[in-house]
Design a protein around this ligand. Structure first.
Ligand code: PDD
Length: 282
C-alpha cells in the first residue's frame, strides 16, 4: 500500500478522501497539526508530538478527543503497511457556515494522512544546504502549530527560487527565529546555541531531542537570542526538523559559513540522533 488516509475514522486512499467546503480549516485555517516521522513502522517521538498537539488545541480552545485521534493514527498507519513514512495529522474546529465567530460544540474534523518517506540522499546531506533570510512577518504565537502557513509557504518558495533549501525568519533587529519548517542551531567554539523557546518559535520536537543528545555527548547548549551576524561568525550552522533531522547549512544569503562544509559537530549529532532513532529512545 502507499498513501493512505483517515477522515474522522473513515479509512481509504488519499485521492478519494474529501472534507466539506464549509470546514473551518479550509475557510479560515482554524486548525492545528502535527507531522510525525515513522521509523521502522514505529511512530517516532509520539508522546512528545501528542503533548504538543494537546497544547496547540488548548491554545486555540479546540476540544478534541485525543484518545480517539491516537487510535485513528495507529490504525491508519497499520492499514498503510508503510515502515518509513510521514504521518500528517490535522485537526480543524469543524464544519459551520462561514462566519468568523464559531458556534459552540462543533465536531472537530480530524484528517490523518500517511505517505512514504524517502530519506534525503546521503551525498546531499554530506554536502549541506543553502539558506536565505526573509523578514519575520508572522503572527506572535508561532509556538502554536497552526495550519496558517502562508508566510512559511511563501518564504520556502522564495528559498527554492533562490536555489536554497530553507528560508530563515529574521526580525528587524537581526534576531533569528527559525526556518519556514525547521529550527536553527549554530556551533561556536564547541558549544551549541539555538533560539530559546517562547511564542516566537515552534518548540520543535527534533530541536529538543538534539539539545538532549548534544548534552548527553558533553556539549554545552545555550538556548538564547541568536543574531544573524552570529551565523556568519559560526563554525557550523544546522537545521532541525522531523523530516530534516540535523542538516548542515553551508551558505546563508550567498555567504559561506566557515569553510563551506558540513561541520563535524553537525555530522556527529546527526549520527548520534540516527542511533537514538534506531534504539527507539524518544
Ligand atoms: N515543520 N519550525 C517550524 C515553523 C516548523 O513548521 C517545524 C516543523 C519545525 C520543526 O519542528 P519538529 O522538529 O517538531 O518537526 C520548526 C513540519 C515538519 C512541517 O510543517 O511539515
Amino acid at each position: 500500500m502507499s498513501a493512505w488516509c483517515c477522515v474522522n475514522g473513515r479509512y481509504g486512499p488519499i485521492d478519494e478522501a474529501t472534507v466539506p467546503i464549509n470546514d473551518r480549516g479550509f475557510l479560515f485555517g482554524d486548525s492545528v497539526y502535527e507531522v510525525f516521522h515513522v521509523h521502522d513502522g514505529r511512530l517516532w517521538a509520539a508522546e512528545r508530538h501528542y503533548r504538543r498537539l494537546g497544547r496547540s488545541l488548548e491554545a486555540i480552545g479546540l476540544n478534541a478527543d485525543l484518545e480517539a485521534i491516537r487510535g485513528w493514527v495507529d490504525e491508519t498507519l497499520r492499514q498503510s503497511r508503510l515502515a518509513e513514512a510521514m504521518v500528517y495529522l490535522h485537526v480543524t474546529r469543524g464544519v459551520a457556515p462561514r462566519n468568523h465567530a464559531f458556534p459552540p460544540d462543533l465536531k472537530p474534523t480530524v484528517v490523518i494522512t500517511v505517505r512514504p518517506l524517502v530519506a534525503m540522499p546521503e551525498a546531499e546531506r554530506r554536502r549541506g544546504v543553502k539558506a536565505i533570510t526573509v523578514p519575520e512577518v508572522r503572527w506572535r504565537r508561532r509556538d502554536i502549530k497552526s495550519t496558517n502557513l502562508l508566510p512559511n509557504v511563501l518564504a520556502k518558495q522564495q528559498a527554492i527560487r533562490a536555489g536554497a533549501y530553507e528560508a530563515l525568519f529574521v526580525e528587524a533587529d537581526g534576531t533569528v527565529n527559525e526556518g519556514s519548517s525547521t529550527n536553527v542551531f549554530l556551533v561556536r567554539d564547541g558549544a551549541l546555541h539555538t533560539p530559546a523557546k517562547g511564542p516566537q518559535i515552534l518548540p520543535g520536537i527534533t530541536r529538543d531531542l538534539l539539545v538532549e543528545t548534544a548534552r548527553e555527548q558533553g556539549y554545552a547548549v545555550e538556548e538564547r537570542t541568536v543574531k544573524l551576524s552570529e551565523l556568519f561568525e559560526a563554525d557550523e550552522v544546522f537545521l532541525s526538523g522531523t523530516t530534516t533531522e540535523a542538516l548542515g547549512v553551508v551558505e546563508v544569503d550567498s555567504r559561506r559559513i566557515a569553510d563551506g562544509q558540513v561541520g563535524l559537530v553537525t555530522r556527529g549529532l546527526f549520527e548520534a540522533y540516527s542511533e537514538r532513532v534506531r534504539q527507539g529512545r524518544d
